[in-house]
Ligand binder design. Structure first.
Ligand code: UDX
Length: 440
């Protein structure tokens, strides 16, 4: 099949590459000339494990092409995906100017039947708006489909190639057939393609992300309670997670959810609810809990240093909002850094992938280390903000010899409490017993 993908950001690039991988002829369109040149020359523009190999192969074999020319890009395509940004506007609602702008442009260019697919996360009712935007300039036949993505950064290729489900929202039989055909190689193992109307598909995306964010905030509150009641959140997690109705996944407490999706989507759903005079009470609490959770480690750090962080120096392991990505959008680490700097402390950070982005965002307000152990040198304590695998079994001897105090504040529960107590560390994590040692 011939496919066009408009927008070569994260979702667009993964979508285009994965459709090329199943033998389709894919043209990706973007207005950013430099980016298109880079991509056409085999230079991948995002960090996503496993993507580069597929990208290069499909590029080489001619199934994946890049252009800035929308007209040429969509000319022969039977399906055109819109994978455009929907940044939150000032009031928290998704800004549709890019999606609707491109829809209008496409309307001017259409000469035959095509299916236009909303891949971006867009508020309920957007499919109708996209339809109207195209129809401004085109009176022929076309269909709009809402086909939300459920890709996690770091495992996006796997999520795309082996989806738990594919959601296709359309009221057109013709579009439904084409979309079913396109997705058939991805659901051979029997995972469902769920067909529904456009509005339900649009809401499904927000409901999925908001539900997962709720699960996290709920566990973060249970963790708070564990600390106060002397229970262990890891045990509670295992105890509840083995109930199928609850499920084992997404029950890990931490220092809050971040990234490009959860914070934006929860906020947007609250806003959409308000517009139809519905107060989505749970989600207000979910956001509130998350804001507080990002800074949950700081009172512990302050207490240890007797409320005086002035002149203290901290090693920070992890900057990305989660492991296996260089994405720092809404990353808890950035909030922690701001608090530490405001209190007069200094920070040396290490992250395997995200240091470049942080340097771009906040420059030299903190120091950056070559590796996780260099970050420790001369630090008063270690703070852990991202659960990169390489932080999980560190050389504790090196930590002991580099830190001024044997103190670790762990926002991701990486270490076994009993084992670390044995090593003589002061160790505080989330929802588990604190191991307290005196600050020298
Ligand atoms: C998410 C959704 O999973 C994906 O389906 C959607 O399309 C986009 O948003 P992503 O933002 O890449 O994907 O990250 P994900 O792995 O889902 O984690 C989101 C956040 O939740 C991270 O900040 C992570 O640290 C946090 N999290 C996750 C927890 O705090 N505890 C958990 O148990 C799981």
């Amino acid at each position: 099949m011939k496919i066009a993908v408009v927008g070569t950001g994260y979702v667009g690039l993964v979508t285009g590459t994965c459709f090329a991988e199943t033998g389709n002829d894919v043209t990706c369109v973007d207005i950013d000339r430099r980016k298109v040149e880079k991509l056409a020359n085999g230079e991948i523009t995002i960090y996503e494990p496993g993507l580069e190999k597929l990208f290069l192969r499909n590029l080489k074999e001619g199934r994946l092409n890049f252009t800035t020319d929308l007209e040429a890009g969509i000319k022969d395509a039977s399906i055109v995906f819109l994978a455009l940004p929907t940044p939150p506007g000032e009031d928290g609602s998704a800004d549709l100017k890019y999606v609707l702008g491109v829809a209008e442009d496409i309307g001017k260019l259409l000469t035959d039947y095509k299916v236009l697919v909303d891949k971006s996360t867009v508020p309920v009712g957007t499919a109708e708006k996209v339809h109207a935007a195209v129809a401004k300039n085109y009176t022929g036949e076309f269909d709009i489909v809402s086909n939300p993505e459920f890709l996690r950064e770091g495992v996006a290729v796997d999520d795309f190639m082996k989806p738990d489900r594919v959601v296709i929202g359309t009221s057109s039989e013709r579009a439904r057939k084409l979309m079913g055909e396109l997705y058939s190689p991805f659901v051979r193992s029997g995972n469902p393609v769920i067909y529904m109307d456009e509005r339900s598909a649009e809401l499904t995306k927000y409901a999925a992300n908001s539900f997962l964010a709720t699960k996290i905030s709920f566990m973060n509150e249970i963790a708070q309670l564990c600390e106060k009641l002397g229970a262990d959140v890891d045990m509670v997690r295992l105890g509840i997670g083995s109930d199928d109705r609850i499920g084992k996944r997404f029950l890990f407490p931490g220092i809050g959810y971040g990234g490009s999706c959860f914070p934006k989507d929860v906020q947007a759903l609250v806003k959409s609810s308000r517009e139809v005079a519905y107060d989505f009470q749970i989600l207000n609490a979910v956001m509130d809990v998350n804001e507080k959770q990002k800074l949950h480690l700081l009172p512990k750090v302050r207490r240890y240093f007797k409320d005086d962080l002035k002149g203290k120096h901290f090693a920070l392991w992890g900057l990305a909002f989660k492991p296996n990505t260089d994405d720092i959008r809404e990353a808890p680490a950035l909030y922690i850094i701001e608090e530490l700097l405001a209190a007069g402390a200094t920070v040396t950070a290490f992250d395997p992938e995200a240091m470049k982005n942080v340097r771009q965002a906040i420059g030299d307000r903190i120091n950056y280390a070559e590796n996780q152990y260099d970050a420790l040198k001369g630090a008063d304590a270690l703070i852990i903000a991202t659960e990169w695998n390489e932080f999980r079994t560190p050389d504790f001897l090196k930590i002991v010899t580099s830190l001024k105090n044997k103190a670790i504040f762990d926002g991701r529960n990486l270490f076994d409490v009993a084992a670390i107590a044995e090593l003589g560390f002061h160790y505080e994590s989330i929802g588990r017993k604190a191991v307290t040692q005196h600050n020298k």
